[in-house]
Ligand binder design. Sequence first.
Ligand code: PLP
Length: 389
Amino acid sequence: MKRIYLDHSATTPVDPQAAELMMTYFLEYYGNPSSIHFFGRQVKKALEEARYQVASLINADPSEITFTSGGTEADNLAIQGAARARSGKGKHLITSAIEHHAVLDTFKYLAKNGYELTILPVDEEGIVSVDELKKAIRPDTILISIMHANNEVGSIQPAAEIGRITREKGIIFHVDAVQSLGKLPIDVKTMNADLLTVSSHKIYGPKGVGALYIRKGIKISPLVYGGSQERKLRSGTENTPGIIGFGKACELAGERMEEENRKLITQRDKLMNGIISRIGHVKINGPLGDKRLPGNVNVSINYIEGESLLLSLDMLGIAASSGSACTSGSLDPSHVLLAMGLSHEVAHGSLRLSLGRHNTDEDIDFVLEELPKIVDRLRMMSPLYHKAN
Ligand code: PLP
């Protein structure tokens, strides 16, 4: 059976060039980058090259990049690290209702431990209002964390506008850019970001690697103590093959972004328009056009269960997701869709199709041919559908 992977927001395959390079650092250059002998020096050089490659993709200086075990750790380091380092200045924190759990749960943990938290609502397209954010700022606000692009509905947030406000007020601005890295141009300077999280496995790099951009001069406290690696911000022997693979993936993503986006946008719009024209009682979740990530399709299909839809698609070889990949397995409706005003029932019937580098036009045609048949079949069995129609 031909398998069609449409879950690139959950993770991506490793690019063969990155994988090949990594093999060298597993098998040949296996030294510890902290060692001063030849083996160590070779790896140290490659590690610094990777730091440069990651920095280049977001217009940062290599010295502003701290490698971590992924986006989750970078989010934790940013939020806990900044909150602790600044607690003398205030205890008020702001984030949005559509953040990834790596951000939301970290804030909720802090809120249980002496900090005060404001969670901003979003509009029906999944976008944070800058006016609401301005209203929420208090004299004791020390940190604002807003994602660059949402992992479920692809909504792109007004990060640069928020950055202008936070910089003016001297509040630390953290941006979770896990979903936008390599897909949208990121410039930490024009965005006025103080801290910015990226992850390797969403951009055809290996899993278990990420980084936090920390603007020069911004002080944060570490989460992990030990051998003082990464300028004492993240102790522990570096995952050198992973970091080097991540660096290569960043370089490739930068080179390919424009061309890849043209293809993804065409395929995304074909898929969205095709679903709307072939299936009744559906609603696209998230914004349209350039406020949406190039490869993201999210649609609520009324009167059916997202999980049954996923299973039926899987039987045909189509891999998709019904919410955030990190929370699927739990049957709670997506907090993002609920924050956008969807009912529990409609949120449960939502489907995310995230396109990537290797998807072809034939993949899209196949989904457009099969999805309406699956929906028809599931609706035939749905008491909700019969009651309403
Ligand atoms: N932030 C966002 C927006 C994400 O989509 C994800 C993963 O899905 C993460 C953070 C966590 O990143 P990682 O899987 O590298 O820990």
